[in-house]
Design a protein around this ligand. Sequence first.
Ligand SMILES: C[S@@+](CC[C@H](N)C(=O)[O-])C[C@H]1O[C@@H](n2cnc3c(N)ncnc32)[C@H](O)[C@@H]1O
Ligand SMILES: Nc1nc2[nH]cc(C(=O)O)c2c(=O)[nH]1
Ligand code: SF4
Ligand SMILES: [Mg+2]
Length: 216
Amino acid sequence: MYKIKEAFYSLQGEGAHAGRPALFCRFTGCNLWSGKESQRMEAQCQFCDTDFVGTDGQNGGRFNTAAALMSHLDTLWPEGAAHKYIIFTGGEPALQLDDALIAAAKALQYTIAIETNGTRPLPSGIDWICVSPKVAAPLVVNEGHELKLVFPQEHLPPESFSHLSFDNFFLQPMDQSALPSDRIALEDTQTQTLRYCLQNPQWRLSLQTHKMLGID
Ligand SMILES: C[S@@+](CC[C@H](N)C(=O)[O-])C[C@H]1O[C@@H](n2cnc3c(N)ncnc32)[C@H](O)[C@@H]1O
Ligand SMILES: Nc1nc2[nH]cc(C(=O)O)c2c(=O)[nH]1
Ligand code: SF4
Ligand SMILES: [Mg+2]
């Protein structure tokens, strides 16, 4: 049984593929936070900007088989259009994404991407792996296409990842507007991030462009 919080067709807002039309499948649940606001400050990941609880979002639900889920998701792709691209996210997609779902997505000609916290092993066959490390959680996915670190995170300097086998290294300013107590404003995390990139040119700036555009 796959549990899906929501699914939508939008533009990839972040990282190396920013601006690319994509189908998003947001799985329910995460191993680093329950998703309950009352438990945020005890969570292993405390700055999450996403609601991944339940199956009640747009196009969300429970699906018994990979084929049933993929045929539901495929109705959201523009009819007849090629360049099919699906991004599995969450929550933590590595808790639910499996070989059967990869096969079902490939059967419908999708190129497959994942946004993961990197703490769980991944099935093979994913075309674009984006890992976003979190402070309290050791990485098991140490290679991929894109490492996208939310910045700044206390005790998690970018230098601790710069030697890993990723094709692209991004820093994404922490958006603290979702948090109950605003500790630093977004402008400040943006300024800190761009300063770090200018001083360390291995790293590129990733802005969450969908938030600027006011789209999903
Ligand atoms: C909601 S997460 C879901 C996928 C996976 N659990 C992960 O953490 O990578 C999607 C992306 O948003 C990033 N993100 C989450 N909260 C953020 C915030 N407050 N500011 C900036 N990026 C954030 C994550 O680091 C990740 O790259
Ligand atoms: N447009 C858009 N791009 C995104 N890239 C990663 C997202 C995510 O929540 O995983 C996301 C998202 O939620 N919306
Ligand atoms: S690991 Fe990802 S989904 Fe889980 S709480 Fe952190 S940012 Fe949110
Ligand atoms: Mg998001």
